[in-house]
Structures are given as structure tokens and as C-alpha cells.
Design a protein around this ligand. Sequence first.
Ligand code: SF4
Ligand code: SF4
Length: 366
Amino acid sequence: MAEETVYQRLKAAGVSRRDFLKACGGLAAVMGLQGAPPVAASGLPAHLARGGDPAPLIARALATKARVPVIWLELQDCAGCSEALTRSHSPTLTDLVLNSITVEYHETLSAAAGFQAEEAKQAAMKKYAGKYVLVVEGSIPDDGIYCNIGGRSALEILKEAAAGAAAIVATGNCSAFGGLPKASPNPTGARGVWEIIKDKPVVNISGCPAIPEAFTGTLAHFLIFGALPELDELHRPKTFYGHTVHDRCLRRPFYEAGKFANTFDDEGARQGWCLYKLGCKGPTTYNACAGIKWDAGLSFPIQSGHPCLGCSQPDFWDGGGFYQGQSAPLGRPGIGVAAAAAGIGLVAGAGMAVANRAQKKAGGEA
Ligand code: SF4
Ligand code: SF4
């Protein structure tokens, strides 16, 4: 018997055709598939790269394709990425993606436990050999001492599950880059998945936690196109990690004007000025927070008055202190290229001129 398609599954759950098509449009937007620039950047087939509406293609794919089997490992983690995903506030979109996959094994969400759960995982790995997506949450410690599950080491469990995977999604900073467990002095020898598994495609959805839409958008890309999206040099999807937080930050005009908060309760903080001097890592952090935001687009840390900690970058825990004052703006990494790509319209020369002006002001501005 043919396997149930995504649309059949949603229809059986009472989702109307209209809501399904609406969700496909939302999914296209999250995946960065609307409009020529993001489409071109996402490495799509030529007919889509010309800027056509991708929603009908997504709808067609979801109406005809069987759901993707997923095996989800939790290793050295806090389950925060699972929490963020299951608490996601875009129910239609999240439902769409979560109905697009069958979670065959998830240590936290599975009803089964102990031997029963381990047997279910073994059965799923056999049944879907070469076809399943392996999702990994949490870092991997040195073999044999820490994080043993069912009498087996995390490293052994990862290698076994990776062997039959079509692709691996490392979600959260821990599984991508080692995260908090890797913070100095890294007592467990924690590492990210891509440092260990070299013979399978690995995509890193970094963040602490990962933005749910970045995770679901990546899974949806795999389901619809049968391949991972275009990645940056740290294996992160360019659609979600192609710009710094600073590139799209709502406090950016204050940065450009040289207006910085010096304490969390001064006049600058009250006026919503730039948080760079309070340790903001936005200029060197690649993530989609300032665009997608959190809680259904309600806000993100900088909007709420907290500097970016750089949680989607490698080794951010050891980056020299979260709130360490920075006396003047950096050399503005990527401002010319990234800001221009974001449509801000700055060119490198003008960007540096503004940077120099801001740098001068940063010394004197209260
Ligand atoms: S330094 Fe931080 S708060 Fe200031 S504009 Fe950049 S990202 Fe926003
Ligand atoms: S603003 Fe920075 S620290 Fe906060 S969630 Fe986004 S990338 Fe992470």
C-alpha cells in the first residue's frame, strides 16, 4: 500500500484545502522562496530562480510525496531546541511541517521508554535505511564516560544512526558546535556532529535554542526538493544564516548615528539606543532573529533590551564575556556586502565612512 502523503495526512486531520494552500504560502515565505533575491540565493531549480511563485510547487510536492521519516537523538543537551519547536507559535505552519515528517524515535517525546523505545529505533533504522533524516540535539562527548544511554556511548549511538541516514540535521549550538558543554575547559570533550560524521551531509541549525522556523524550513526544503538547502562555510542554511543580526537590527540607525546605551538603565537604554557598548555581538553573529524573530514575530532579545550573545556562532560561551563593554564599534564585518544584499543599500566605502564616524562618536556619546 502506498504511504500516506502529507496532504492526505492533513486532510484526515481536518485541514481544509484553503488552509493547506495558505500554509504552503507561509512555508515559502519562511524558506525565503518569495521574490527573486532570496530565491536565487537559495540555490533552487532554474524555473523557481526566475522568481515564480513557489507556493503551488510546494503544494504539489506535499500533495504527492510521502512523509519523511525522522529519528531524533538527544545527547548532551537541555532539550531546549525540542521545547522551542513544540512551543512554536505559528501553529498552521508548524503543523504543516510536523505533519510532513514521521518522528519514528525521539527520546523526550516518545510514549515508549527503555527497551521498548530502543527496539522501536532499531526497527525504524532498518525499515527506513538510507531514507530517514537524523536530527541530533546535544553535543557528543568523548567515548565511553559521559552521556551513556542504554549502556552505550553517545558516540556509538550517533555513528550507528548516522550510517543509515539520508541527511543529518544538527539542531542547536550544542550539536552544531559543541555549545555550553564545550565551554572551557570542556570537561567531557564535547564536539559537534560535523566534526565526527564526515561521510553524510550535515546541516547545522545553530542557536541556543535554534529558531524553530529555521529548523522547519530546512526540513521542508529536504522534503520538497529531496536535498539540503545551500549552506555557508559552517554548514548553516544561507537562507537563515546569510546575514548578521546587526544587518537587520531595528537599533541599527542608532548604531549608525553613534548613539549607544552605556548601562541597562540609562537614558540611552530607555530611548532604545544601540546595545553595542553593553556587549552586543550582533555585528559578528549570523542568524535570522532580527528578521523572523521569536514568538510569532513578536520580538527578539535586542528588541526587548538585551544584547545579542552570539548564540549561533561557534564557541560563543568563551567569546570574552557576554556583557563586556565594547568601547567603539568593530570594523563592521560584512557591512558592505551583507547590508547591500539585504537591500539596505550601503556600499562598502560609504559603510566604512559611517563606521568611522560612529567610531568617533562612540567615544564621547553618553
Ligand atoms: S550592535 Fe547590536 S544592538 Fe547595535 S545595531 Fe548592531 S545588532 Fe543592533
Ligand atoms: S539575538 Fe543573538 S543571542 Fe539572541 S537568540 Fe538571536 S543570535 Fe542568539
